[in-house]
Structure formats: C-alpha cells, structure tokens
Design a protein. Sequence first.
Length: 101
Amino acid sequence: MKNGILAVLLGLLSYQCSTPNTRQTVEASCGQCQFGLKTQKGCDLAIRFEGKAYFVKGVHIDDFGDAHDPDKGFCNSIRTATVRGNLKDRIFEVTDFELKE
C-alpha cells in the first residue's frame, strides 16, 4: 500500500515538474556549494523543491550578482525563487526565473 501511494506521489511530482507554465516556489542556490550536487564541476545555479535538487538551464548563477558575495551570493546562501519551466533529463529548463528578495 505504501509503495502504491509513493508511486502516485512521485508521478504527480514528475507531472507537475514537467508541465510547462507551472509556477513553483523553490529554493535557489549553488548546486555544488549548498546542495551537494556533484555531476558538474565549478559553481552552477540549481533549484531544490520537494527535497530534491536539480541544476538549472536557461539562467546563469551570476545573472543575479556575484555568486560569491558573502551575504546574498548563491555560493553562500540559499534564496527563494519563483520558477516556471520543466524537468528534462534531471535538469530544470527554466522559462521564467524570478528571485525573491
């Protein structure tokens, strides 16, 4: 029974993440420095929602200022963003990315 419920929830999450124009509030930060992602080298923008982190395609980590700024840089802090896009091959392809202050 638990496995069936988990499968339904994962299916709904996958559908929501792959449906274009679905706005979601997520955590945004450096995938390597803050979210522990290891599949890319250097510092790259990533989002985290539902406990899972994904690298982002369509915006760059430095599009929102210096990633290494001690106060608001993505390598030193986790920020909130509203995004729109879809998940493809474990990369979140952004069509809209709005950083919240």
